[in-house]
Design a protein around this ligand. Structure first.
Ligand SMILES: [Zn+2]
Length: 436
């Protein structure tokens, strides 16, 4: 079982291509041939023909007597959810619309798409293009609920089942099926692109789906905590302009060596493994508090300076610490095999009643993520200020005028001429008349 999810700022996208796989290439061959940064399988097909609406680079590959909500664009960063076919656009794709304006759409799909199957979807969320591919079995309703819970503004389910496959900036879900069409995303790569100078932090959410570690009363699972803290920490670090590389996807459990290798391959500036600790052999114990493992001294080694900056940040945030909060251990594979300065943080004891109450508390998790980010940024020399674009107050209205086809949603701060007002009024009238 594997799941890969990406959220790509539209401002970073150079081009989105609907790749028509005429020569029936595999995912790896398409990656090799196109050099795309993100690839995911596209719309439905039967044999060698696409079904439902599909237009790629100005050429219509499939049409249908009905209109559906789908994604349409000329270059890619201009992608919007609109009724397709959209004759004015160079590209469009549709299948089953799951979400529109953040709300669940009534699902319309044939029995061939029903049941628990592997699922692929694309969507938009607050200025990001989102891609989703999972080999877990899910119904369209379950997929819809999951993406809505993730806060996607809009989502379209793509072809699933044996077609599900992706290569998202190195997160690969492979399949033997050679699909008819794929969505390829190319990022901007100009000289001096600030993305290329970014600091890279490799985060290692400990364990994986089959790990049973948790509290004696069953209220806390270490695997759930490590993934959740990873997501919180990733969001904060990315907001500060740091590139984050994960060692695994949500439902995968790579070996410890593979985790170290993921960090090494990314050329990470530091490596942080996320865990919680246990005492004794079953039952509750008194031992509690956070501690950090590194390989041995000296204390002036980068890994120990990183650990010290982290401990100072945790202390400042009021996090409960062990009496000796930095512990040296030469036997931990993820620390020993990692090129970058590496630490393993045990955020507390899941065998302590007091710690479990804190570890289960989302406000405390936010505090832990914030303090970890503060310590890492101090050590990296990165400003703690959030540099990500705040969501503007008019974001919802902007999406609405685009969805309704009233305006293209660009130049939000510009004033409107009388002629532009006439056009928008007329479009609104037409939309109401058409029962949109
Ligand atoms: Zn652990």
């Amino acid at each position: 079982m594997a799941k890969a999810i990406s959220s790509i700022p539209l401002s970073r996208i150079r081009r989105v291509e609907l790749y028509i796989n005429k020569s029936e290439r595999t995912l790896a061959e398409i990656k090799e041939a196109t050099g795309a940064d993100y690839i995911i399988n596209g719309g439905l097909f039967e044999g060698t023909k696409a079904v439902c609406h599909l237009k790629a680079a100005g050429k219509v590959w499939a049409s249908d007597p009905y209109t559906y909500w789908g994604y349409a664009w000329d270059t890619g960063p201009d992608m919007v959810l609109e009724g397709v076919p959209a004759p004015g656009k160079l590209n469009y794709i549709c299948c089953v619309c799951l979400l529109r304006g953040g709300k669940a759409e009534r699902l319309i799909y044939g029995s061939d798409l029903a049941g628990h199957r592997q699922r692929t979807a694309m969507g938009l969320k607050g200025g990001n293009l989102c891609l989703y591919c999972s080999t877990d079995g899910a119904t369209p309703e379950e997929l819809q609920a999951e993406l809505q819970a993730k806060g996607w503004d809009s989502a379209v389910m793509l072809d699933g089942g044996g077609s599900s496959q992706c290569d998202m900036d190195g997160q690969v879900i492979d399949a033997s099926r050679k699909v008819h069409n794929l969505v390829c995303v190319y990022l901007k790569k100009e000289e001096g692109d600030p993305m290329s100078n970014k600091k890279i932090v490799c985060l290692d959410p400990g364990h994986g789906p089959d790990t049973v570690n948790g509290s004696p009363d069953g209220s806390y699972k270490e695997k759930e905590f490590t993934w959740d803290l990873y997501e919180r920490l990733k969001t904060i670090l990315e907001g500060r302009g740091v590139k984050v590389v994960g060692t695994r996807t949500e439902n995968a459990k790579p070996s410890l060596t593979a985790r170290a290798e993921a960090s090494n391959a990314a050329g990470a500036d530091c490596f942080i493994s996320i865990h919680t600790n246990a005492a004794g052999n079953g039952g509750w114990y008194d031992a509690r508090g956070l501690e950090i493992y590194t390989s041995s001294g000296p204390m002036t080694a980068p890994r120990n300076l990183l650990a010290t900056d982290l401990i100072n940040a945790f202390h400042a945030a009021g996090v409960v610490l062990r009496s000796t909060p930095i512990v040296h251990n030469l036997d931990l594979t993820v620390l020993a095999k990692t090129d970058a300065p590496a630490v393993l943080i045990e955020y507390g004891y899941h065998t302590s009643k007091e710690d479990v109450a804190l570890l289960n508390d989302t406000a405390y998790r936010d505090k832990l993520a914030q303090a970890t980010a503060d310590g890492v940024c101090k050590w990296l020399g990165v400003s703690a200020a959030d540099t990500s674009d705040p969501t503007p107050w008019y974001a919802e209205d902007q999406e609405w005028v685009k969805t309704m086809g009233l305006a293209d949603g660009t130049r939000p701060e510009d004033s409107c001429t009388r002629a532009e007002t006439w056009t928008m009024l007329r479009r609104l009238y037409e939309a109401i008349k058409a029962g949109k």
